[in-house]
Design a protein around this ligand. Sequence first.
Ligand code: GCO
Ligand code: MG
Length: 402
Amino acid sequence: MKIASARLIVCSPDRNFVTLKIVTDEGIYGLGDATLNGRELAVAAYLEEHVIPCLIGRDPFAIEDIWQYLYRGAYWRRGPVTMSAIAAVDVALWDMKGKALNTPVYNLLGGKSREGVLVYAHANGSDVAEAVESVQQHMEEGYLAVRAQAGVPGVKSSYGVPKSGKPYEPAERGLPSESLWSSERYLNFAPKLFERLRVEVGEDVHLLHDVHHRLTPIEAARLGKSLEPYHLFWMEDPTPAENQEAFRIIRDHTVTPIATGEVFSSFWDSHDLVRNQWIDYLRMTIVHGGGITALKKAADFAAVYQVRTGCHGATDLSPITMAAALHFGLAIHNFGIQEHMPHTVLTDEVFPHAYSFEAGYMHPGDRPGLGVDIDELLAAKYPYQRAYLPIARKLDGTLTDW
Ligand code: GCO
Ligand code: MG
């Protein structure tokens, strides 16, 4: 069997998605997600100009060799654009191989290690009362783990808080909007949110929280310490991780578990964090981390240090990445939790899929391959529209991490 053709489908059913379709000379096809939120067309051009021409005629079963060809062969390694492009090829080939062998991808990854994939939902509120209500709503829907974010008093448009009662959505059409940030106000507020949450929702539900890279290491240490009585499942992205050693400072001061990695594009971004056991959960995602092949290696390394996975699963990752993450999460031994931010009805119509949610867990389904498809005719009705993530400034106007 040979790769006969490959092409891109760029669409925007409520938000932008870049999809790679690889077709073999036997007519079997595989799908890969190449979406990089706010920089979508950079990955599309990388694939179109520099990757697709090299794929034609290759053996689609040689997934490892093709991964190495695109990674080592480019000379220029790593970075989110390169790794998202490689991931799209890699995931499409796993999907295609599953279809060719008539088995779900989780079977190709060692078979299932569990019956379902524990997922966490997003609860948001403009204030504490709304956040409590939102957590309770998600618990009623069956979620066993919920991430809680609330508006910080005195800080306009805080991270994670939806505008006009809609679910929180991280990208907006048009040029980047601006939001404000105050670490001081946030640090005083966050423990109050979780104190109230534990009173209202009890001890058993897993509560998570995303700091979104906004604190310095010592501020993050203070936050982790102040949240200890509420035993969070994790504190996410407490500080930027370019300097991996920054996490040592946090770790030295608190037992609140730490998760990071949603912006990582390489195993090497996590190397020191994992081998020093400065984190508990690695959040690298299949699309931005270089595909199933790359994530499997990173997860196996993490397993040696008892670090578990907690893959990013926001709506800017297409249902193809969600399906891939669920096959991966069902199969690997050191799976921790998977983020679940449901897509809109329209996105789900464009990407019909076999995965499902029940009583706190998701399952990828048992269809051959990934069990997700794309309705190209419907996709064509929703062309790409430029969109950006917001930027953030401190109260005095200084640009800071969003
Ligand atoms: C999360 C993330 C998202 C990101 C978004 C960026 O934990 O789900 O932090 O909210 O901001 O995916 O594109
Ligand atoms: Mg996050």
